[in-house]
Design a protein around this ligand. Structure first.
Ligand code: SF4
Length: 370
C-alpha cells in the first residue's frame, strides 16, 4: 500500500534558510537562545519540545509565551524532514521516504516485531561505496546527513508512525555512518536522551579510521561489521572498500576495539548463492572471527532488478546447512528473517529515487528500472 503526499517545492523555503535548531545539543541550544529567552529554563523547554516530542512548529510550543514563539519563528527553523511517501509491506514493515530541506530524499524503515519497533535509518543521502549487493550503492554517492537531519529522521518517522520513545535504532539504512562520524556523534548525543545506547547499533562496511574514532568515544553504541566474505579476493569483488581496508587491517583494528564486558560485536554476512555459501566458507568465517566475542547475522541476499542476475540467495537447505555449520563450530549466529521485501524495504534495497542512478558500468546485463 502506498500513501503519497503532494510534492515539495524544489527551492528551500525562507524557513529552511534560517538556522535549524534540530541537531543542537542542550548546551549549544541554550547558548544560542540565551539572548531571546527571559529565563534560562526556556531553552530546555524548547529542546524537549524539539527532541522529545518532535514538535515541528514553534506555534505548537504552547508552554512558551506567544512573544517567545514569535521571536523563535522569526530567527530559526525546525528542519524536520517531510514524509513524502510511505509503503506498507504485507508483514507490516513500513518504508518511509523522507524529503530533506534541500530536496534530497532518504529512506527509513520501521520494522515492528512483537510490540517493539526497530527503526533502520540513513546516515547519508546515497552511498559512494558501491557494494554489489546493495541498491543504495548502485544509485551512487550522496551527501552526508547533518546531525539535525539524522535526529529529524527519527522524530519524523516516530511522529508519522506514532511510535513510542523506546525504540531500537540501527544505522543500516542508506550510507556509511562511519564516513559521517562527526554528525553521527552529535546526533547520538541527542538521541540517547530517549533511546538507550545498548538499543542503538551502528553498522559499518569496515571503515578502519571510523572504527578507531568510535573506539575513542566515551560512550559507544553497538558495532556491527559487514563482513560478507571470509577472504579478500571475494570481499573486494562485492565490497570495493575492502581494497582500501583489507581484512587483515579491519580485524586488527577490531582486536584493539574496547568492547564493553556485556556486549558482542555483530558480523553481518550476506549469503549469495555460489559465491560465499559453501561449507568451507562457514569454516573460514568461524576461524576468522574466533578471536572475538561476537555473533553472526546471516542475511540471504535480497534480489533487486538493478543488482543483476547473480545476486540470488542460496536455497533454504543451503542456508540452513551454513547456519548449522557455524553452530557446530561454536559460533553464535542467526538467520535474519526477510522483512519488507515486497516494498523494497529489506536489507540492501533502499535507494534514492527521483534522481538518476550513477550508471550501469560494471554491472553487465543490468537495465535501469522503469
Ligand atoms: S551496503 Fe552500506 S556501505 Fe555498501 S553501498 Fe550499501 S549503503 Fe553503502
Amino acid at each position: 500500500m502506498v500513501t503519497a503526499l503532494p510534492p515539495h517545492p524544489e527551492a528551500p523555503t525562507a524557513a529552511a534558510r534560517r538556522p535549524d535548531l534540530l541537531g543542537l545539543s542542550r548546551s549549544r541550544l541554550a547558548e544560542l537562545l540565551a539572548p531571546i529567552v527571559d529565563r534560562p529554563f526556556r531553552a530546555g523547554q524548547v529542546y524537549d519540545a524539539l527532541n522529545r516530542r518532535g514538535v515541528g512548529d514553534f506555534a505548537a510550543m504552547t508552554e512558551l509565551s506567544k512573544e517567545l514563539r514569535r521571536r523563535l519563528g522569526e530567527r530559526f527553523s525546525i528542519g524536520l524532514p517531510e514524509v513524502a511517501e510511505r509503503l506498507v509491506s504485507a508483514d507490516e514493515t513500513v518504508k518511509v521516504l523522507l524529503r530533506l530541506g534541500d530536496g534530497a530524499v532518504i529512506e527509513a524503515v520501521d520494522i515492528p516485531d512483537r510490540g517493539r519497533h526497530t527503526l533502520c535509518i540513513s546516515s547519508q543521502a546515497g552511498c559512494a561505496l558501491a557494494c554489489s549487493f546493495c541498491v543504495t550503492g548502485y544509485w551512487g554517492a550522496g551527501r552526508n546527513l547533518t546531525a539535525g537531519e539524522i535526529v529529524g529522521q527519527v522524530l519524523a518517522v516516530r511522529r508519522d508512525r506514532d511510535l513510542p520513545e523506546g525504540l531500537n535504532l540501527v544505522f543500516m539504512g542508506m550510507g556509511e555512518p562511519l564516513l559521517n562520524t562527526a554528525n553521527l556523534a552529535a546526533a547520538l548525543e541527542i538521541l540517547t536522551e530517549t533511546i538507550a545506547l545498548r538499543r542503538i547499533t551502528v553498522s559499518t562496511s569496515g571503515i578502519v579510521p571510523g572504527i578507531e574514532e568510535m573506539a575513542r568515544w566515551e560512550r559507544r553504541p553497538n558495532l556491527a561489521i559487514s563482513l560478507h566474505s571470509p577472504d579478500d579476493e571475494r570481499r573486494s569483488r562485492i565490497m570495493p572498500i575492502n581494497r582500501t581496508y583489507p581484512l587483515a587491517d579491519l580485524l586488527a583494528c577490531l582486536r584493539r576495539y574496547p568492547l564493553e564486558a556485556n556486549r558482542r560485536l555483530t558480523f553481518e554476512y550476506i549469503l549469495i548463492r555460489d559465491l560465499n555459501d559453501a561449507r568451507a566458507d562457514a569454516d573460514a568465517l568461524a576461524r576468522l572471527i574466533a578471536p572475538f566475542r561476537a555473533k553472526v547475522n546471516l542475511i540471504p541476499v535480497n534480489p533487486d532488478p538493478v543488482l543483476g542476475a547473480r545476486m540470488v540467495p542460496p536455497s533454504a537447505e543451503r542456508i540452513d546447512a551454513f547456519h548449522r555449520r557455524l553452530k557446530e563450530r561454536g559460533v553464535l549466529s542467526t538467520v535474519r528473517r526477510r522483512r519488507g521485501d515486497d516494498v523494497s524495504a529489506a536489507c540492501g534495497q533502499l535507494r534514492a529515487p527521483h534522481r538518476p542512478p550513477r550508471g550501469f558500468a560494471g554491472r553487465a546485463g543490468v537495465r535501469p528500472p522503469s
